[in-house]
Design a protein around this ligand. Structure first.
Ligand code: ADP
Length: 278
């Protein structure tokens, strides 16, 4: 995949062209059916596949926890879903459209592993970052009073309104995570995709962060969360997918706890994976 693809998708997630239609205030666009459909997907970065024959559907309103050992393909799967990679075989649809062609970027809030990225040193304030998330929905290319209100509400929802004029560089890791969630809320995202969002965040903030995700999910936002903390995932997610190149489990958290999928996925060595394609 080229870096221009990353840039294109990244721009879609935080900004993009002004002037797209918006929806009545306080109303969440109703979504029928699947938000994400992954069908028989195999993908490798040139060498052997890092994902093999993975099929997975995420329905609107679900909270999916994606678990698996390091290097098991979780981030890769999420990036495929966001259209950042093209599957070698199989198909991926996002809100019913082929993921690679999906151009409604503001519907998806993506919080990648290193949210500090290039923004850390930028002299940009919290309010400015969150306002960027609003750009795709701004009418007539101008941020109006309604947009400013939505930005303020997004900051209030995640509890960073008191930091509005603070520079991003001066925030803690946990506060920064919230700012990026607020940015997605300002764009009225329907799907939040989070890749290990709690790395580097202290335990107390982490717990509050998961509570926030829970609350946002309760408002109808579909959540996909990659997290190495299995306890957190089974506590907060409504569905669990356990991956190690292949999908070892997809179902509800209780079923996951009762299954041997975890041991199989984490205990699976290369030989087992190569010889067990059941
Ligand atoms: P996880 O998120 O479960 O830790 P990843 O999806 O990041 O796993 O990685 C899956 C496998 O793909 C690993 O073996 C990793 O080294 C490899 N990989 C990840 N990104 C790239 C890349 N950009 N180029 C080549 N290999 C990669």
């Amino acid at each position: 995949m080229s870096s221009s693809d990353e840039a294109r998708r990244g721009a879609g997630a935080v900004g993009g062209d002004a002037g797209t239609a918006d929806r009545p205030e306080g109303e969440r666009e109703s979504i029928d059916g699947a938000v994400i459909e992954v069908s028989n997907v195999t993908f490798g970065y040139g060498g052997s596949p890092v994902l093999e024959d993975v099929s997975l559907t995420v329905e609107a309103g679900e909270f999916l926890g994606l678990v698996g050992p390091n290097g098991s393909g979780k981030s890769t799967l999420l990036r495929l879903v966001l259209g950042l990679h093209r599957p070698d075989s199989g198909e991926i649809r996002l809100f019913g459209e082929p993921a690679r062609a999906f151009d409604d970027g503001e519907r998806v809030g993506y919080v990648a592993q290193d949210v500090t990225g290039g923004t850390r040193e930028m002299p940009i304030t919290v309010r400015e970052v969150v306002t960027m998330g609003r750009y795709p929905r701004v009418r007539f290319g101008r941020v109006g009073s309604r947009d400013r209100r939505i930005v303020t509400e997004a900051m209030e929802t995640v509890g960073v309104d008191h930091l509005a004029d603070r520079r991003l560089a001066h925030l803690s890791g946990g506060q920064r995570q919230r700012v990026f969630i607020a940015r997605a809320l300002a764009g009225e995202a329907d799907l939040l995709a989070l890749d290990e969002p709690a790395v580097g965040v202290d335990a107390e903030s982490r717990e509050a962060f998961y509570d926030l995700l829970h609350e946002l999910n309760g408002r109808g936002i579909t959540v996909v969360l990659i997290d190495h903390d299995i306890g957190v995932v089974t506590e907060h997610a409504s569905r669990v997918a356990c991956l190690n190149r292949r999908l070892f489990f997809h179902g509800d958290p209780d079923g996951f706890a009762e299954s041997d999928a975890l041991a199989r996925a984490y205990g699976a060595n290369q030989r087992l994976l190569d010889h067990d394609h059941s």
